[in-house]
Design a protein around this ligand. Structure first.
Ligand SMILES: Cc1cc2nc3c(=O)[nH]c(=O)nc-3n(C[C@H](O)[C@H](O)[C@H](O)COP(=O)(O)OP(=O)(O)OC[C@H]3O[C@@H](n4cnc5c(N)ncnc54)[C@H](O)[C@@H]3O)c2cc1C
Length: 343
């Protein structure tokens, strides 16, 4: 297995933050993965493509960056089953499926990152979450040193959430994701922006529109380093929402099946006057208030400080706590919500 010492990670996170790890493992097979000692694996950070990762300090923990590759397809009368290894690029998988007339993932086109990270925060966009199509996830358990399969239900998927982000965080690696895509394709085109597609609504047309919308709306991390939506959209109770709506009649909201109300974090940040706000080398994007840009800072801590400032402003104005979607990584591992004042 390939390993490297004193490995720079700036090119491996989309916020373009410099950080160095003393040791990085690059396993290409499950066998190579099993060669990493349990003790070391349990103290490592699993890095996909780093598009949802903020290195907060100059030093990063030991990194495992799995490079398992491959996509396999089987089918029956009703479904395609697509199994993809964790090191595959997510958008390439979407393109692969469309080019093989396997439809369903087109709304999730152009989401950056790896296949292995997709179930972790249950990636979603344009009316779909990846969990809608996941049959099961294969997981390598560091302590047991064996592969375990998690059914869709066992993955405990929620809004930007799963068991891999909670109870299993840091305890193993997703090696493969198995998708079940029905042959009877149903378009999901009611989402704002997609409902303007001119008939016939095809998977290719949806994908083209999603790509066009994303390219227009979201800053390209290669030009303006960012990690996409920095915060999750807050979920609030009906009562809390009504009180807020009295004060802000134009507040956008999305009713959830759970009975909760989802608010738009970007709108809240904009109302707090922070759209386009700059603080030294970091700032809030001029058009997308939910996106933090690293213009030219060399310190992850500057991004941490800006995110805390945004949280404070939102708390003061709306009495709401914004929860970061981005993962905060310190020298010794992931930082908890209350332990982010790293130096
Ligand atoms: C411009 C931009 C737009 C974005 N748009 C969206 C969007 O529309 N919807 C959305 O949901 N997200 C979006 N994101 C966030 C990001 O694309 C997703 O979170 C993506 O899944 C991250 O993949 P990654 O490989 O880069 O993960 P990383 O940042 O490398 O890791 C993220 C988390 O997953 C864990 N992880 C990674 N690989 C594995 C594995 N094999 N096994 C176990 N754990 C693993 C890591 O330890 C970490 O906790 C966007 C990001 C950017 C930069």
């Amino acid at each position: 297995m390939k390993t490297r010492a004193n490995f720079p990670l700036q090119a491996f996170n989309s916020l373009n933050v410099p950080a160095v790890t003393a040791e990085i493992f690059l396993p290409s097979t499950v066998k190579e993965l099993s060669e990493i000692t349990t003790d070391k694996a349990l103290r490592s950070y699993i890095l996909g493509e780093g598009t949802n990762t903020l290195f907060c300090q100059a030093k990063a923990p030991t990194i495992i960056k799995p490079r398992l590759m491959g996509i396999e397809v089987t089918e029956n009368d009703e479904y395609f089953q697509v199994s993809a290894a964790c090191g595959e690029n997510w958008h390439n998988l979407v393109l692969f499926c469309i080019s093989h007339a396997i439809y369903g993932l087109e709304n999730l086109a152009l989401i950056p990152g790896s296949v292995g990270a997709a179930p972790v925060q249950n990636i979603g966009a344009y009316g779909i979450e990846v969990s809608d199509f996941i049959e099961r996830v294969t997981w390598y358990d560091f302590a047991e040193k064996k592969l375990v399969d998690f059914s869709n239900a066992a993955c405990q998927f929620g809004y930007r959430n799963s068991i891999f982000k909670q109870a299993l965080n840091g305890k193993g690696i997703i090696t493969h994701v198995h998708f079940l895509l029905p042959k009877a394709w149903q378009p999901v085109d009611s989402y704002q922006g997609l409902n303007t597609i001119i008939s016939p609504v095809t998977p290719q047309a949806i994908m083209a529109k999603v790509i066009q919308l994303r390219q227009t709306k979201l800053p390209d991390p290669k030009l303006l380093p960012n990690a996409g939506s920095f915060f999750k959209n807050p979920l609030v109770t009906e009562d809390f929402f009504h009180a807020l709506q009295q004060q802000y009649p134009k507040i956008p909201y999305y009713r959830q099946q759970s009975g909760e109300i989802k608010l738009a974090a970007g709108w809240l940040i904009e109302q707090a006057g922070l759209k386009g706000f700059r603080d030294g080398g970091v700032g809030v994007h001029e058009n997308q208030a939910l996106v933090i840009i690293n213009y030219d800072s060399k310190h992850g801590q500057d991004i941490v400080a800006l995110s805390v400032y945004i949280q404070e402003k939102i708390m003061a104005k709306f009495n709401l706590h914004l929860i970061p979607e981005v993962r905060f990584i310190g020298a010794d591992g992931e930082l908890s919500h209350t332990n982010r004042g790293c130096q």
